[in-house]
Design a binder for this molecule. Structure first.
Ligand code: DC
Length: 216
């Protein structure tokens, strides 16, 4: 294994990317970068500040004065920890909407590339293997059926004390898949050189082990 290496994990919403990436990062002692959280932070801020979800001067001005960083696993937006504020179903949709805007992608991809140059990282998202870290040493495309992903999210929301109807969760997942795969700029796609892992019916430990086996 090289001294510095990058692992790209892509896949649709709810495939378990962040859970798996976090566990692999801690197993290998490297940093984890959750790029979805960065789109969430921007969607959250646009909504809070009433910035229209289109390419416009207001968005440019907002992005120029936006600072996003990770400190010890927390996501920091302009100095404020926003971990929980960005995890609502409403912000999920706002993130999906803002991620289609070229100005937003340009800004975040720039930050992400900077984070992936100085040290070993595992980065998860939709366009990491195809765009952000095209030359990553390891690329994994994590998938699961929409029904399985909806079932996991349904249980997660129940556990958090913010339950939603299963059908609404499934509809939400399908809508986001559609947005993520059909947007013009860097849509969700498997890189030609990525290894696909279908996680249907697999537990977290089994998937983490499968990823570690690929890397080692
Ligand atoms: O992984 P997530 O659900 O937290 O991501 C939120 C949204 O951000 C999702 O709808 C797709 C978008 N996203 C993206 O376009 N590119 C990435 N690299 C990561 C996320």
């Amino acid at each position: 294994m090289k001294d510095i290496f990058r692992i790209a994990i892509d896949g649709p919403s709810g495939a378990g990317k962040s859970t798996i990436a976090k566990a692999v990062a801690s197993g290998l002692g490297i940093d984890y970068i959750d790029t979805g959280a960065m789109y969430r932070a921007v969607g959250y801020k646009m909504n809070r500040e009433g910035v229209p979800f289109e390419e416009c001067d207001e968005l440019r001005t907002m992005l120029d004065s936006t600072d996003i960083d990770f400190v010890k696993g927390d996501i920091i937006l302009d100095g404020e920890t926003v971990n929980t504020l960005i995890r609502t179903p409403e912000v999920s949709m706002l993130a999906s909407k803002c991620s289609a805007l070229p100005m937003v992608r340009e800004k975040l991809v720039d930050i992400q590339r900077g984070m992936g140059t100085r040290k070993s990282v595992i980065m998860d998202g939709r366009d990491i293997g195809t765009n952000v870290l095209k030359d990553a040493e390891y690329k994994i495309f994590l998938t699961a059926s929409a029904e399985e992903r909806a079932r996991r999210r349904f249980l997660e929301l129940q556990e958090k004390g913010t339950p939603q109807e299963y059908d609404a969760v499934l509809e939400d997942i399908k809508q986001r898949d559609h947005n993520d795969m059909t947007r013009e700029l860097n849509p969700l796609a498997k890189a030609d050189d990525a290894i696909e892992l279908n996680t249907d019916g697999l537990g977290i430990d089994e998937v983490v082990q499968a990823v570690l086996d690929i890397i080692r």
